[in-house]
Ligand binder design. Structure first.
Ligand code: HSE
Length: 308
């Protein structure tokens, strides 16, 4: 029996200024997929563990199942996959759980193929999986989960890696509340002024310059989302106080992780990230929400095969 197990990390989508385009891997939380090569010609989602909410077992509606269906198009005639998922990322948390499941399944499935597919094929298949879960084909969680680090996730072609300063640490706080991506995306409907677009573009450009120069002052100026955050903030209890707490702890910037409700902060060093995480947990507590905190290196590793 040919079987492989892969782990894919959680991620921060958008990274404040790059809506649907920038994403960053987190060290620690993640999903694991165990994939078995079959001769059935189909994909079967056999089990999902570690998730209190029911997730679809029908392959086409499941993020990992849908991604593996896309990979099957590149597998030898008659090949099939059976997948078991161990969820380590809470559903609707804004930590890229659907992306991690798709990526873990693909990395395990790819390891079983006689001729593994390219990164761009894996990336496109992962976005197919993401679309099955969130209703939108965006790569800002699948790309960092696949590659690690901070990446630009284009609609076509391979993701582009962006360097991060060696001293960068990320604090991420996950309040115990569920915010569905579809609902968070619905909050963005409506028109946008050209001036808002220009303002956000300026921030994104300054942010990317700051990443390349490892310049904390530029990152502090660039890490501000003027487009999406104001429209989603009302969906997250205590958001303004949580963000302010991270900034008071010295963070370079803080914003919503992906679609939320998790909040992340970019920090200079592990100690500052821990202080920001503690301050954000306390602020969520004051808003009536328990929260978990994670502190990650800035350049966290991407998905990998862990057993075969
Ligand atoms: N870029 C996405 C969003 C991430 O913010 O809606 C969540 O899947």
């Amino acid at each position: 029996m040919k079987q492989a197990k892969a782990f894919a990390p959680a991620s921060v989508g958008n990274v404040a200024v790059g809506f649907d385009v920038l994403g960053q891997a987190l060290d620690g939380p993640g999903d694991t997929a165990t994939v078995t090569l079959m001769s059935s010609g189909v994909v079967v989602v056999k089990a999902i563990r570690g998730c209190p909410h029911a997730l679809p077992l029908e392959a086409a509606a499941n993020t990992a199942g849908r991604a593996l269906q896309s990979l099957l198009a590149h597998a030898p005639e008659g090949a099939g996959f059976e997948v078991e998922l161990d969820k380590g990322i809470a559903l609707g948390s804004g930590m890229g759980g659907s992306a991690a499941s798709a990526v873990a399944a693909l990395v395990a499935g790819n390891a079983l193929l006689p001729t593994p597919v390219s990164l761009s094929v894996l990336y496109q298949a992962a976005m197919d999986g993401e679309a099955a879960a969130s209703g939108s084909r965006h790569g800002d969680n699948v790309a960092p989960s696949l590659l690690g680090g901070l990446v630009i996730a284009p609609a076509e072609g391979e993701p582009v890696r962006v360097p991060v300063p060696s001293w960068l640490f990320v604090a991420l706080v996950h309040p115990h509340a569920v915010l569905e991506t579809k609902r968070a995306r619905a909050a963005l409907a409506g028109s946008y002024a050209l001036s808002e677009f220009v303002h956000q573009s300026e921030r994104l450009a300054v942010f990317l310059a700051g990443c390349h120069a490892a310049d904390a002052a530029l990152l502090r100026r660039g890490l501000e989302d003027v487009l999406v955050e104001p429209r989603r903030a009302p969906l997250i209890p205590g958001f303004a106080e949580v963000k302010a707490a991270a900034l008071r702890a010295g963070a370079l910037g803080a914003s919503i992780s992906g679609a939320g409700p998790s909040v992340f902060a970019w920090c200079e060093g592990r100690a500052q990230a821990q202080a920001a995480a503690d301050a954000m947990v306390a602020a969520f507590g004051a808003a009536g929400l328990k929260a978990d905190a994670f502190v990650s290196v800035g350049a966290a590793p991407g998905a990998r095969v862990v057993a075969r």
